[in-house]
Ligand binder design. Structure first.
Ligand code: AMP
Length: 217
């Protein structure tokens, strides 16, 4: 049984690692981003409200987010442990989570923080290019075209989406770094933070996180 929060900036591989760890440990993976996207697709009142903020790239207000998450962790499938991905994102959310867990004599036990150097994050996040004609997708780090900037299948010039352009990515990283670092300090003060090297093969990163979890069980 393990209750944990996973921290990491965009591009650090947090979503993939959360899934790997949850399946390795047989615990529930809870992503508040996925919950909001599902609510929005189902057009529930929560989903419609959340969508207004998500479409502007803003955080959904704390009261809505906290009550949704606290209800979710009360469900039966969360009883044997969970890994939170994308929650908390504010100190108020972290405090609300601590108070709720304490009332059922539980607590967050460990907070792995996947750290990746800034230049590598930028390379991962700005590397995506697509073909406007045949929609093929490339990545300069993981799936580069044979000729730089040219589609392998149809020879068209590849384009970069505005979200993937360096200026936009830098702003996104800066905003995320602000709240991620604040939460890292919050959990460090509770002696729960464990920094994990997020470079190298994904399976190695999974192993590093597993050894952090092993320390507490
Ligand atoms: P994610 O997939 O984690 O990047 O989340 C997608 C979007 O959902 C975010 O940009 C926010 O608008 C919203 N969201 C997810 N988790 C939270 C949270 N803990 N607090 C506030 N908003 C959130």
């Amino acid at each position: 049984m393990v209750y944990c929060v996973l921290l990491g900036l965009p591009g650090a591989g947090k979503g993939t690692q959360a899934l790997n760890i949850a399946s390795d440990r047989g615990i529930l993976h809870i992503s508040t981003g996925d919950m909001f996207r599902e609510a929005s697709a189902n057009r529930t009142s929560l989903g419609l409200e959340a969508q207004e903020y998500m479409s502007k790239g803003e955080l959904v207000p704390d009261d809505v987010t906290i009550s949704m998450l606290l209800e979710r962790i009360e469900e039966d499938d969360a009883a044997s442990g969970f890994m939170l991905d994308g929650f908390p994102r504010t100190i108020k959310q972290a405090e609300a989570l601590d108070i709720a867990l304490e009332s059922s004599r539980k607590q967050i036990e460990v907070v792995p923080y996947i750290k990746v150097p800034e230049d590598l994050l930028m390379a991962r996040l700005t590397g995506r290019w697509s073909c406007p004609d045949c929609s093929a997708i490339y990545h300069t780090v993981t799936k580069a075209p044979e000729v730089d900037g040219v589609c392998d299948s149809c020879d068209s010039h590849l384009l970069q989406r505005s979200d993937d352009q360096p200026v936009t990515v830098k702003t996104r990283l800066d905003t995320n770094r602000e709240w991620t670092e604040a939460l890292a300090t919050y959990y460090e003060d509770q002696n729960k933070l464990r920094v994990v090297d997020g470079t190298g093969d994904p399976y190695l990163i999974t192993e590093r996180i597993i050894s952090v979890l092993d320390e507490i069980s």
